[in-house]
Design a protein around this ligand. Sequence first.
Ligand code: ZN
Length: 210
Amino acid sequence: MIDRKDKLISGYKAFRAGDYKAQKKLYEELGTKGQSPKVMLIACSDSRVDPTDIFDAYPGEMFVTRNVANIVPPYDTDDGFFGTAATIEYAVKVLKVEMIVVMGHESCGGIKGCLDGMGHDPDAGYVGKWVSIINNVRERVLARSLPENEVVLEMELEGVRQSLTNLMSFPFVKEAVESGTLKLQGAYFSIIQARLMLSNEQDEFELIPA
Ligand SMILES: [Zn+2]
């Protein structure tokens, strides 16, 4: 078995000799002056969909949060720990990002889990509880009686749409959007062909020419 720590060290060395060498000044500047990213990215934790790779972003360019199935929970003031909500609040109120992108993706395990009913299974642990946030999306998509091969894609896209709707339930997001300082954007990445789709004004996803 590969020694995981060795792999970390060799990766770090490659970074120092490659990207870091080319971006030494940028790191110095970011470390000294702080960050001022203009875009927040909400993506899935899936190891195959790294937003900074897909959008060719340099360090300091994107404020990223990733969770199972790229879900934005609706605004909620109950007691609890709100990791995703905290990152959104920080991005909007402190960093004053100009755009929040929610990016879904192909063959998402979290979306599949929700479709399979994990969100209704009390024994499905933290993941089950987390994906239960989009049980309403599941019910909506299943009610459409789509052909079987379209259900998963539709659920993945509809999950992004729901997260964009939920973003608007945060008072500070709504205020920034309505005052024109913040835009919300849906995105979808198909892994097999590395194709990107972006949502338009009508909330439909359009393929972006590579
Ligand atoms: Zn995923």
